[in-house]
Write a protein that binds this ligand. Structure first.
Ligand code: AKG
Length: 278
């Protein structure tokens, strides 16, 4: 399942797509139950949708978070043997599972500004890793994921304010002028694995009629000793919980400085993270 080429790409670029890890039918399966879950949650919260909220499709279609804590089908996907085999092959050791999310990203929805997942998860030592499964085909038109190849070797960067016209999250990380950002075009059932230091995000969905749904899980490296308080219980890949420590709610972060005409990261500041948004 994981070839030498996958491993080399993951090592070199910090991310790799495993094509067709799940079948199209398996990816398709998740559309209906998560739509139902979203509509039920909207109804439970007695949310009324006005014309103002229709202008922002994410008011009606915010992402679902941590579904595996109450939904067996999500838990099964989170711990799926194929994902485990890929992660174990890429990381050299079985990971622990901590998070699930489902993004609907309907037509005209904003994207999510560039960020690093370990800014939120605060895994120590090491980092987290994501499994991002395309449920719809995703490309630049409907706001596929964008990654900064090679940024897995960067430390956590200090955040700045994001452009709220483009992003539903309010902070981002700056990248140097001319830095390559690669769109990741995927078909339903393909899974993108990426290192938790990788700078990534997505642009708005500019299509008129195409959702860009994705089922996403976050794992932590198996030798980690700490993770942020929001990600408990931490699960072994057989589903049993494991006790690890809670990491501090802040950490050092880096800023870009000029060194002999080249941008380099200087780690000096300290940033506190009050909430779990990733
Ligand atoms: O799917 C997106 O637009 C962003 C997802 C993301 O940032 C993540 O999975 O960590």
């Amino acid at each position: 399942m994981i070839t030498e080429q996958h491993k080399q790409a993951f090592e070199q670029d910090g991310y790799v797509v495993v094509k067709g890890l799940f079948s199209r039918d398996e990816a398709e399966y998740y559309k209906e139950p998560y739509t139902q879950m979203r509509l039920e949650e909207n109804a439970r919260m007695d949310r009324n949708f006005s014309t103002a909220s229709e202008a922002d499709p994410l008011v009606k279609w915010p992402r679902l978070m941590m579904m595996h804590r109450h939904d067996d089908a999500t838990l099964k996907w989170l711990l799926d043997a194929r994902i485990n085999e890929c992660l174990t092959g890429l990381l050299g050791r079985e990971p622990y599972a901590v998070q699930t999310m489902f993004y609907f990203k309907p037509p005209h929805a904003r994207g999510q500004a560039l960020h690093q997942d370990n800014y939120y998860l605060r895994v120590q030592p090491g980092t987290c890793v994501a499994a991002w499964m395309a449920v719809d085909r995703c490309d630049e038109q409907n706001g596929c994921l964008q990654v900064v190849p090679g940024s897995q070797s960067w430390p956590i960067l200090c955040t700045i304010k994001a452009d709220s016209k483009q992003s539903f999250t309010d902070v981002t990380v700056p990248i140097p002028d001319g830095q390559a950002v690669a769109p990741v075009v995927m078909d339903p059932g393909d899974v993108l694995f990426f290192n938790g230091q990788i700078v990534h995000g997505s642009l708005p969905n500019t299509s008129d009629d195409r959702f860009r749904r994705a089922l996403i899980a976050h794992y932590i490296e198996g030798d980690a000793q700490k993770v942020s308080q929001w990600y408990f219980p931490v699960l072994r890949m057989d589903g049993s919980p494991i006790e690890i420590e809670k990491s501090a709610s802040g950490s050092q972060c880096g800023i870009w400085v000029d060194q002999d005409g080249k941008p380099v990261i200087e780690v000096s500041d300290y940033e506190k993270v009050e909430k779990a948004t990733e």
